[in-house]
Write a protein that binds this ligand. Structure first.
Ligand SMILES: [Zn+2]
Length: 260
C-alpha cells in the first residue's frame, strides 16, 4: 500500500457492494455454535480476506470522487500488458485527491491518486505500481487486511449476524482506516522495492524508474508543509536509503559507475 509504501496515502473509507457478498460463505456458523466470540488469524481463510478487500474497495470507491477520465486512460494504457499478478485479475481506478498515494489490495484492486500521477512520469508510475503489486505478491496486503479485520469490531458483528454477509459501512470504514494506516516493515518495503524494480525491468521500463520515484517522494516529504503529508512520510524514514539502493541496482544493471 502506498501509504505504507510511500509515505503517501490514500484515504480509504468503505461502502459496500452488496452483490458479491451473498456469494461468500464466511463459514463462521460453526464458530458461533461453538460459543466462540472472536475470529482468529488462523480461522480466517484467504478467500474471506479477499472478500474483505472487495468490500473495502467498493466502499472506498463509492465514497471517493474519481479523477478525470484522462487519468484512468493513461493508467490503463500504461498497465495494458499487466492483467494479473499472483493469480489475481487487476482492476484500476484513479481517485481525485491531492494526496500523493496509491494502494493495491489483496483482491487485485489498484487505486491511484491523481496527485501521484501528476508527480510521476510513466516509468516512475509503473515502478510505484510495481512496488504496490509486490506487496500483493508477497502477501503483505493480505496480512494487513487480516490484521485490520481482527482489530475491528467486525468479527463480533459477523458472528452476531449469523456468520455471513455484507459488512456495514461503518465497520468497513473502520477496517479500511486500519488497513491504510497499517505500516509494513522495512523488510517488506525493501522486498516490494525489489519487486517493483524487477517488474519494471522485465517489461522494458527504465530501470531508474523505481529510484526516481522514491527520490521524488523523499524530496516531497522533506519539503512538505502539510502535517498530514509529513505524517505519512514519517512512516518511511528510510526512504532515502531505499532510493539509493534502487539507484545502485539500476547502475549495476546498466553498467554505469556507482557514485554512491
Ligand atoms: Zn510499500
Amino acid at each position: 500500500m502506498l501509504k505504507r509504501f510511500f509515505p503517501l496515502l490514500l484515504t480509504v473509507l468503505l461502502a459496500c457492494s452488496c452483490s458479491t457478498l451473498s456469494q461468500i460463505n464466511w463459514d463462521y456458523g460453526h464458530l458461533a455454535n461453538a460459543g466462540m466470540k472472536a475470529a482468529t488469524a488462523a480461522s480466517i481463510t484467504d478467500e474471506q480476506v479477499v472478500e474483505l478487500c472487495r468490500q473495502a474497495v467498493a466502499y472506498t470507491d463509492a465514497q471517493t470522487p474519481m479523477a478525470e477520465a484522462k487519468y484512468l486512460q493513461r493508467l490503463q494504457k500504461l498497465m495494458s500488458g499487466v492483467s494479473q499478478v499472483d493469480g489475481k485479475t487487476l482492476n484500476f481506478k484513479v481517485y481525485k485527491s491531492n494526496e500523493v498515494n496509491a494502494c493495491a489490495y489483496g483482491d487485485g484492486s489498484v487505486r491511484v491518486n491523481s496527485a501521484l500521477m501528476d508527480l510521476m512520469d510513466d516509468d516512475e508510475l509503473f515502478a510505484v505500481i510495481g512496488h504496490e503489486l509486490g506487496h500483493v505478491v508477497n502477501k503483505d496486503s493480505m496480512k494487513a487486511m487480516k490484521r485490520a479485520y481482527l482489530g475491528s469490531a467486525a468479527r463480533e458483528a459477523i458472528f452476531a449476524a449469523g456468520g455471513y454477509g455484507q459488512l456495514a459501512g461503518t465497520i468497513l470504514g473502520d477496517i479500511s482506516e486500519a488497513y491504510v494506516n497499517a505500516q509494513f516493515s522495512q523488510s517488506q518495503e525493501s522486498r516490494a522495492d525489489d519487486f517493483g524494480f524487477q517488474f519494471s525491468v522485465d517489461r522494458g521500463r527504465d530501470p531508474y524508474g523505481m529510484c526516481r520515484s522514491l527520490e521524488k517522494l523523499n524530496d516531497l516529504a522533506g519539503g512538505a508543509q502539510s502535517s498530514a503529508l509529513a505524517k505519512m512520510f514519517s512512516s518511511h524514514p528510510d526512504s532515502a536509503k531505499r532510493a539509493a539502493k534502487m539507484r545502485k541496482k539500476a547502475d549495476q544493471l546498466t553498467g554505469q559507475e556507482t557514485t554512491k
